[in-house]
Design a protein around this ligand. Structure first.
Ligand SMILES: [Zn+2]
Length: 420
């Protein structure tokens, strides 16, 4: 069996549809439903058997707006943090206080009673640093919390669900600059923060599963990506790019008449706290984990500006902690993917960090899994994560790695495990 040919241009068409025609698609939204329907119809068009797998995560919907009050009023677009508290229609009004561009320890000992706290994006891992900052400001009495980007647009992130969070929103670095200008010139600055927010159990969240080849036997190779986005981001790279490459690999393998057992899964609800809910539901629904031979997760593979600018594999450390659990490196799977890439003339580098994406759900269940990613994306989780920033050539390289790895790992190729 020869090389499987996959097209970056075709994959780019999926990115355009998901990011431009559909747009932001947080889990539980109508747009997430449209994305699921699109993915389903594509997979059916390739002749795969598709199964929708619904589940009910706690999700969030809402909108946020900031106003600087007074003589020279200013209206500012904001993105609510997922699981932010809600304000009434009149919002919360308070004096603005700036906690610094890189807020650190000591906030919870301050007196922020009745104030609207503004702070730069805290240093460190945003998945833990942002909830910690909001919690500290709330403990100090803040009536609302506004976080600003260090550069560029506002970002979508999640707070802890059910934590009784204060009204919290994210704004751009430019808008923060204007607010700080107003504070500096006036000495005192009244601000209104309005957040409409609703946390609810989703009745429309679902994973889309599609099967190629035999469904049992020695285990399927799972190729997966999440299709939901954070609030306010069209999600072209995160993760329209991963879904696009998954779809194009499915098409290419089906068209090549591949007969090994491969399952393609598009996960919902990766983005809201406690994260990766779609993949956790998926892994948890398997009574026999041996039904899954290994998993390749694809997340953010169409933008890459980091020095060196090469595609990368994550989850490659000897042993590391994730939420208190030691995860082992799936060294053999990684080596196999790297070898397949080398045969295609592609250098894939190993990153010595686990990251947080759907591969972690598999690793935690003891299933070999790797994450494909292209580093780094300056538009991550912002309204600027649009199709125009996604590079079809990068998608083409990733599609090629995925389709050929899936072919070899699922073992109906003459270069498969039996032949070597
Ligand atoms: Zn993602």
């Amino acid at each position: 069996m020869g090389r499987i040919e996959a097209s970056g241009a075709r994959a780019y068409g999926h990115v355009e549809y998901l990011a431009n025609s559909i747009g932001p698609r947080p889990s539980g939204s109508k747009r997430a439903l449209r994305a699921a329907k699109y993915i389903r119809e594509e997979l059916e068009r390739y002749g795969l058997e598709v199964q929708m797998d619904p589940f009910g995560p706690l999700v969030f919907s809402g909108e946020a707006r900031v106003e600087v009050l007074g003589n020279d009023p200013m209206g500012i677009e904001a993105i609510p943090l997922m699981f932010s508290g809600a304000t009434g229609a009149g919002g919360v009004v308070g004096d603005l206080i700036y906690l610094g561009a890189r807020p650190g320890a000591g906030i919870s000992r301050m007196d922020l009673s009745g104030r609207i706290a503004l702070a730069g994006e805290p240093p460190g891992n945003p998945f833990t640093a942002i909830p910690r900052l909001v919690r500290a400001a709330a403990d100090a009495g803040a009536a609302g919390v506004i976080i600003h980007a260090r550069s560029g647009g506002p970002k979508g992130f999640s707070l802890e669900a059910g934590a009784g969070n204060p009204p919290s929103a994210f704004i751009s670095s430019d808008d923060a600059f204007s607010m700080l200008g107003a504070l500096a010139s006036r000495g005192r600055c009244r601000v209104r923060l309005r957040v409409s927010a609703r946390a609810f159990e989703s009745r429309s969240s679902q994973n889309v599963r599609a099967f190629l080849g035999p469904r049992d036997g020695r285990g399927r190779v799972v190729i997966c990506s999440h299709y939901d986005t954070v609030m306010g981001s069209p999600g072209a790279n995160d993760n329209g790019s991963g879904v696009a490459c998954m779809l194009e690999a499915a098409r290419a393998l089906a068209e090549a008449g591949h007969e090994g057992g491969v399952e393609f899964v598009a996960f919902d609800a990766e983005e809201p706290h406690p994260y990766c809910m779609g993949s956790r539901h998926y892994v948890g629904s398997h009574r026999d984990p041996r039904a899954i031979k290994c998993a390749i997760a694809i997340d953010m593979v169409g933008v890459g500006l980091r020095k060196g600018n090469v595609p990368a594999l994550k989850a490659l450390y000897r042993a590391g902690y994730h939420r208190g659990k030691v995860l082992q490196t799936p060294g053999r799977l990684d080596s196999e993917i790297i070898r397949v890439s080398r045969d295609l003339g592609i250098t894939l580098v190993r990153l010595m960090e686990v990251g947080l994406s759907d591969h972690v759900s598999f690793l935690r269940a003891g299933i070999d899994a790797s994450l494909l990613r292209w580093m780094d994306d300056p538009f991550y989780h912002t309204p600027d994560d649009g199709a125009a920033n996604v590079d079809p050539r990068k998608l083409g390289i990733m599609c090629s790695i995925i389709a050929n790895s899936a072919a070899i790992l699922s073992g109906s190729s003459d270069r498969g495990a039996g032949a070597r």
